[in-house]
Design a binder for this molecule. Structure first.
Ligand SMILES: [Zn+2]
Length: 321
């Protein structure tokens, strides 16, 4: 074991799928308290609640709010779900901008030409979008969006200059410091100051459930000082008996072929918070209380949990026109 701190993570109990309510569809949107006193701002994180999509192998016939292109859903359902989501925000006067997300550190910024940017909108969810994983604008009327089903959606607002950003940060984007680069771009293009920035990190997979291999641990180690703080061992009961009672086994001959590869739990939220505080954003201005997508099957899609049956949530931020 590397010098990782043997911090244990406890796994919250998952809710049983059978507990799904059959109540009528209504979009349930998470809002971040950190943005609540900004009347010029529109934002929200979607959940599974609402919509008309029926994911495969789901017994309940309750419609679900899948907002991204996935193999099991139709373009018509996605368009209707986006319409419902936009109406519920409400953000009907906005132009929705999506990205073709590729787990990169590629950022897109939109100026006054934003309305003409090659981007999809609520009427045509399947039209090709620009490639990238972050969007920035100071232009009112544009609704920046991130699609996710475990990766972290990060929304940023500059309260002085009125600039907004939406960032997609999975482990690859986090490794490439996309959140930090997003803030850097806001400073460069719009004169943003870290002390004026507020950040909301939306629902994503948390350290309780985000198991990664040694390769990811090594990659983070090569890029970050103190990277070991970001990793924890799996919950005690999931580790092999011999590893939990290493002293008892210290004289036993090791058979490397029988050893399972080690697993670690990565704390993506902590990784992004430390990138953001590193550039000067106060921790009190970063909201991180959104739930774990993997632990809450009723509320959220999770790619880790549901693989190809998972839908996509959408996180949006925009300046009122
Ligand atoms: Zn979890």
């Amino acid at each position: 074991m590397p010098a990782a701190r043997a911090r244990q993570v406890s796994r919250p109990k998952a809710e049983p799928r059978s507990a799904q309510p059959s109540s009528p569809a209504r979009c349930d949107i998470l809002k971040a308290p950190v943005f609540q006193d900004l009347p010029w701002l529109v934002h929200g994180f979607s959940t599974r609640y609402g919509g008309v999509s029926i994911p495969p192998y789901v017994t309940s016939k309750r419609g679900e709010l899948n907002l991204g292109q996935v193999k099991w859903d139709t373009a018509a359902s996605i368009a209707e779900n986006r319409r419902q989501f936009i109406e519920a925000l409400p953000a009907k006067k906005f132009q929705l901008l999506t990205l073709n997300q590729i787990h990169s550190d590629l950022l897109r910024s939109y100026g006054a030409e934003g309305a003409n940017a090659k981007a999809s909108n609520s009427d045509s969810p399947c039209r090709d979008s620009l490639r990238g994983d972050g969007q920035i604008t100071a232009q009112p009327g544009l609704l920046l969006s991130i699609l996710s089903a475990d990766c972290l959606p990060i929304l940023i607002a500059d309260t002085r200059q009125r600039v907004v950003a939406a960032i997609h940060a999975g482990w690859r984007g986090t490794l490439r410091r996309i959140a930090q680069k997003g803030v850097g771009r806001m400073m460069m293009l719009h004169g943003s100051r870290p002390e004026d920035l507020r950040v909301a990190i939306g629902p994503g997979i948390r350290a309780c459930c985000f198991e990664v291999g040694e390769d990811v641990l090594r990659a983070f180690e090569s890029q970050f000082n103190q990277s070991m703080k970001l990793f924890a061992l799996p919950p005690e009961r999931e580790r092999p008996f011999a590893e939990r009672h290493a002293l008892m086994y210290r004289n036993v001959i090791k058979y490397p072929l029988l050893e399972k590869p080690k697993k670690y739990h990565l704390d993506l939220v902590m990784a992004n918070v430390s990138q953001l505080t590193e550039v000067g954003i106060a921790a009190k201005n970063i909201w991180t209380a959104a739930p774990c997508t993997h632990c809450h099957p009723r509320q959220f899609f999770s790619h880790r949990r549901d693989a190809l049956r998972a839908g996509r949530m959408m996180s949006v931020i925009g300046i009122r026109p």
